[in-house]
Design a binder for this molecule. Structure first.
Ligand code: M6R
Length: 368
């Protein structure tokens, strides 16, 4: 049941520290990832991987978009990410050594399964193999993939995916590090990230302390009709995910853009009735992001910025700053997912929608 929580979604948001700890359980050595723990064929399959096609739908697709940044930066493996309903009908060219990596909470999403089958049939000889990252053991996707990494999030009841997403991200970080190890990248960084992964559940617990502050902040969104989310780099897919959460449960129209795209069109939307939610972790793009935020402020946009304590963003007229616990730039996408989930949740509650069962949606999309 929901226990002390009003909705399954809120319960599942708060389960994330434990869910992520479960996703890591047994998979970390003292300063590296235990590749054998992924399964007996994992070392061989990842060892012959030359590039990756990541295929998924919805929230799982956003996890794949984050993973592309990690896999390219940490392992130097070329990576492309695609929505399954597109991949399955395209004349995909898979160069020899392509790993098809499908992501799905349920393992029963029709388009994702069809993409897997299409790839095998069409260019079977060029695929190094198929790996799925999935939350449901024994699902069709798991049965039909060469190798599966289970996310161990536990059952997710709310239609809006939360803990399934952050455990997918955690699992994808393990895959990125495993690829780095196999390709002989500098192991100092690997060791540091392994240590930070161990601390991630605690960090997520600290981040959930923002719940009350975000609940209060959410009240100002209730009467808005639109919201724009901005992020750069690996936070750009988190902005997309924040927009998806808001639209699917609160029914407020939301869009997300890479902050650098503002000037190329969406800036025209900004006025005093357009709230803009921005993600501002401490990374090499922070100064560029700040100048994007100035562009929004100069046009009267109402900014809410989720920021690292070190990013030196000060609250001012038209800009509300919410401090997110400091974290390393690689794990920041996982951490920053939580405040956006909480924001969508509290806006939806304030608008009295059916949070766990949003209109027109199903938990598992088993038809095309
Ligand atoms: O079970 P899957 O991860 O394959 O589901 C894919 C999407 O239908 C799913 O992520 C959907 O976008 C979420 N419920 C949105 O919160």
């Amino acid at each position: 049941g929901k226990g002390e929580f009003d909705h399954y979604m809120l319960k599942e948001i708060h389960e994330q520290p434990v869910a992520v700890a479960n996703a890591l359980e047994g998979r970390l050595g003292s300063d590296q990832v235990l590749i054998e723990a992924f399964g007996p064929q994992a070392r061989q399959l990842l060892g012959k991987t030359r590039q990756i096609h990541l295929v998924a739908c919805g929230t799982s697709y956003h996890a794949g978009m984050v993973a592309r940044y990690w896999i390219e930066a940490l392992a130097g493996v070329p990576c492309q990410v695609e929505i399954a309903s597109e991949y399955r009908y395209r004349d995909v060219v898979a160069p020899p050594g392509t790993l098809l990596l499908t992501l799905s909470q349920s393992g029963e999403t029709a388009d994702t399964l069809a993409a897997l089958r299409h790839a095998r049939k069409r260019q079977g000889e060029n695929y190094a193999g198929t790996l799925s990252i999935c939350n449901v053991p024994g699902s069709s996707l798991v049965r039909e993939s060469d190798l599966s990494l289970m996310t161990h999030a536990g059952p997710e009841i709310g239609v809006a995916s939360t803990k399934a997403f952050t455990t997918q991200l955690t699992s994808l970080m393990l895959v990125a590090l495993a690829l780095r190890q196999l390709r002989g990248g500098d192991q100092g960084l690997t060791a540091r990230l392994v240590h930070r992964l161990r601390y991630l559940p605690t960090l997520l617990g600290d981040t959930l302390q923002l719940d009350a502050e975000i609940a209060e902040l959410a009240q100002r969104f209730v009467d808005y009709r639109h919201t724009l989310f901005l992020g750069r780099g690996a936070q750009m897919p988190i902005a997309l995910e924040g927009a998806l959460k808001l639209k699917e449960i609160s029914y407020i129209h939301a869009e997300a853009y890479p902050a650098g795209e503002l000037k190329h069109g969406p800036l025209a939307l900004i006025d005093g009735n357009m709230p803009v939610v921005a993600l501002a972790p401490m990374d090499e793009l922070i100064d560029k992001l700040k100048s994007n935020l100035q562009e929004v402020r100069a046009r009267g946009g109402q900014l809410v910025v989720f920021a690292d304590p070190e990013s030196r963003l000060e609250q001012e007229e038209g800009m509300r700053v919410v401090r997110v616990p400091g974290c390393c730039r690689f794990l920041a996408p996982i951490v920053y997912s939580l405040p956006l989930q909480l924001l969508a949740y509290h806006v939806a509650v304030a608008r009295e929608t059916d949070v766990d069962q949003p209109r027109n949606l199903a938990k598992s999309v088993t038809v095309e």
